[in-house]
Design a protein around this ligand. Sequence first.
Ligand code: PEP
Length: 251
Amino acid sequence: MRHPIVAGNWKMNKNAEETEDLLNDLINQLPTDKEVEIIVAPTFINLASAVEHLEFTNISVAAQNMHQAENGAFTGEISADMLKSIGVHTVILGHSERRSLFGETDAIIAAKVNQALKYHMRVIFCFGEELKERQEKQHFAVVENQLRNGLFQLEATAWENIVLAYEPVWAIGTGETASPEQAQEMHEFIRTTIRQQYGQEVADNTAILYGGSVKPDNAGEIFSKPDVDGGLIGGAALKAADFAAIVNAAG
Ligand code: PEP
């Protein structure tokens, strides 16, 4: 059965020293008595030290991205094998910033998902509609397509290693949040779409996180919705007290 998850996406923030400081603050401030899985995703260069730093804690480490190829002439890229070799077992794929700023298509993201799963990694798969698509009432169609194109090539058993993160692009880093009702409506739609494709068990067992300007003061209401299983947190993940409050709201 699925369980609550709160993951912090640090994006291109925090140098080595700042990473260490934030990890120490998190170790001191995050609850240890909650049934909430806690994940942080620092930048590539700080992943190895973060894994080491968090070894005896209840916090695990994810990468923010990876390349879909095994290895080779891909200057500046990082492979699944490399992540695994430093003890990183989870990767965020398909984030809207990767899609919009770095040209990642559904096909590229599907290839990355396949490669991550080949290495028995867990994928936090991000998807969500843009503002214009919602205004044009295309949001369900867009989300369904992203899901189908990115993940429906998988066998049902592969879904054990998939966590979904619905992130309406208009709510990411903008201070705009989907209302708890909007989040629940979309999460329910996503779960129904998975059920139609893979059956009840896969649908019930798949965690669907919400992402988009989640803060301590709105987390509780959003997480209280039945199909919202936690959050993917950007800005508020950079402050230990805020992230701890959000984790508490999920538990
Ligand atoms: C994100 O980047 O995944 C995100 C949800 O960011 P923020 O919480 O800052 O909107």
